[in-house]
Design a protein around this ligand. Structure first.
Ligand code: ADP
Length: 190
């Protein structure tokens, strides 16, 4: 039962690749972004609380996303691919704690890397086909990338220290990145 974190900046393609990997390796795919968008769409109290934060491109509070991930981990016996979580060092520490509580451990953290101009280009491309409000506003996109640099990038060092981090080039076509990812996952699984 393997547990993998897929890590990377907004727009790098975490969601796309997480879905592909989940299917290929029969893992459960947990995306905090998707979970939060569902709460907003359902108009739950939590959704109402986080909507304006997400629309501005702010990170949602650690307690909120840690609660969602706790529930998700409890709901499955399969291996897991985490997408968009953890995004702060506090979330990374909470994930270690939660996994231990469920007699699991993290097997690998794969960081997908791409240059900033490419991230912005992909977010614009996605805005044309999705109805994500945070993809269509210039200031929000910029702020999400700032939040990433300030709060999420330190998570890389957290995992470097634990020896779990593998970085791959995600600047090319989807199938190129996918091949690189599968090579890493194949090594963990076999
Ligand atoms: P992207 O990677 O393109 O920014 P996500 O779907 O992962 O897209 O996240 C969308 C938004 O949801 C984020 O900008 C943030 O407001 C919120 N969010 C998602 N995951 C987290 C998290 N782990 N911690 C805090 N906020 C989160």
């Amino acid at each position: 039962m393997k547990n993998i974190v897929l890590f990377g900046a907004p727009g790098v393609g975490k969601g796309t690749h997480a879905l592909l990997l989940a299917e290929k390796y029969d893992l459960d795919h947990f995306s905090t972004g998707e979970m939060l968008r569902q709460e907003v769409a359902d108009g739950t109290p939590l959704g109402l609380r986080v909507k304006s934060l997400m629309d501005r491109g702010d990170l949602v509070g650690d307690d909120v996303v840690i609660g969602l991930i706790d529930k998700a981990i409890t709901s499955t016996d399969k291996g897991i691919i985490f997408d968009g979580f953890p995004r702060t060092v506090q979330q990374a520490q909470a994930l270690d704690f939660l996994l231990k509580r469920h007699q699991r451990r993290l097997d690998c953290v794969i960081s997908i890397d791409a240059p900033r101009e490419e991230l912005v280009r992909r977010i614009h491309e996605r805005a044309a086909v999705s109805n994500r409000s945070d993809d269509s506003d210039e200031a929000t996109i910029r702020h999400r990338l700032e939040e990433y640099e300030e709060k999420t990038r330190p998570v890389v060092d957290y995992y470097k220290v634990s020896g779990l981090l593998v970085s791959i080039d995600g600047s090319g076509q989807i199938n190129q990145t996918s091949m690189r990812l599968c090579k890493v996952v194949d090594q963990i699984i076999h």
